[in-house]
Write a protein that binds this ligand. Structure first.
Ligand code: SF4
Length: 322
């Protein structure tokens, strides 16, 4: 949909269709549903609602990016990354199978692009990809052993329950890179049992992206949740990208001037909006019982430094195609 994007971890976005159904606590404040394209095209969210396939002209964009590969590579030293379906979900059951086949054909036909398929329905991915690959006459036998080399598969994980349920499914999907997008991060998550496997061979989780929620109804993220994931990744040698704090920044903000709405977030995800005695908690510090003060700063002001450091990890050379 867009040749360039504000999303920190991709170069371009492409939406083959628009529309979806909420399936996770991470979807509660779905930005896609209220996005300008969804509203102007009057796309309604829900399992029984029609998805809107984007225009033929839009579907031509990836071919153009593919043709620009040499110039892009010369400028960036790597291939262009395309985040597919920021306003939908590639593995949505309500989408016609033919559309997904068309998308896979497009991916096959644009080998100079790295396609990042991020889903909240990772349980559908292996079967739907296999169906689509079988339907394509691309001269590939046994695609499980010969997966599409330009596809990265990601699962959105917002809490421990989703991690326990979905990471094993992600690891069963053939892909050059398997990654987690942990945004919005809604509670502390322990990934170590899947990262330990990293020490036995090729990294099963190749990349972890972490971020807090943005937007009007955003839920705060305790800074310790992001710190813990940063440290888990460092311990296992998994690239870590801290995308954003989101709407809420650590600390009590300029409480005295009354310009900030302040809340407290507990280590287990409970939120105490306002009314929390800020004098009991030093600015920016967590209390002994795990509560931390946060304040509504807005995404831009909250920034993306975690303890003063910008984390921009990406999958390394072992995943590179030339
Ligand atoms: S999967 Fe994504 S697009 Fe679909 S409802 Fe959830 S947040 Fe919105």
């Amino acid at each position: 949909m867009s040749e360039t994007t504000q999303i920190e971890w991709t170069d371009s976005t492409f939406n083959p269709w628009i529309g979806c159904t909420k399936v996770s606590p991470a979807c509660d404040n779905c930005y896609a549903e209220v996005s300008t394209p969804a509203r102007s095209l009057r796309v309604s969210w829900g399992a029984k609602e029609d998805r809107h396939r984007t225009s033929t002209a839009n579907w031509k964009l990836p071919h153009r990016w593919n043709a620009q590969h040499e110039a892009f590579f010369a400028a960036h030293g790597r291939r262009r990354r395309v985040f597919c379906a920021s306003l939908a979900d590639v593995f949505d059951n309500a989408v016609r199978a033919q559309w997904r086949f068309d998308l896979l054909r497009l991916i096959v036909d644009t080998p100079n692009l790295d396609w990042l398929l991020l889903t909240k329905r990772i349980g559908n991915a292996a079967e739907m990809l296999e169906q689509a690959m079988r339907a394509l006459t691309v001269g590939r036998e046994g695609w499980r052993d010969n997966y599409l080399p330009n596809v990265w598969i990601g699962a959105t994980i917002c809490n421990q329950e989703e991690a326990d349920r979905d990471i094993p499914k992600l690891l069963a999907v053939p892909a050059r890179v398997r990654f987690l997008s942990m945004e919005p991060l809604l509670e502390p998550v322990d990934l170590r049992m899947w990262m330990r496997a990293a020490w036995r061979g090729p990294l099963p989780i190749g990349w972890v992206i972490v971020g807090g929620e943005s937007g009007a109804g955003a839920r705060p993220m305790h800074p310790d949740w992001a710190r813990s994931l940063r440290d888990q990744c460092a311990g296992a040698g998994v690239p870590f990208l801290f995308k954003q704090y989101g709407e809420w920044a650590p600390g009590s903000g300029d409480f005295g001037a009354g310009r900030f709405v302040t809340a407290a977030v507990a280590s287990d995800g409970r939120v105490a909006p306002g009314g929390y005695d800020p004098t009991a908690y030093p600015r920016g510090a967590a209390s002994a019982d795990g509560w931390a003060m946060v304040h509504r700063a807005g995404k831009k002001a909250a920034g993306r430094l975690l303890d003063g450091v910008q984390h921009d990890g990406f999958p390394g050379a072992q995943h590179d195609l030339t």
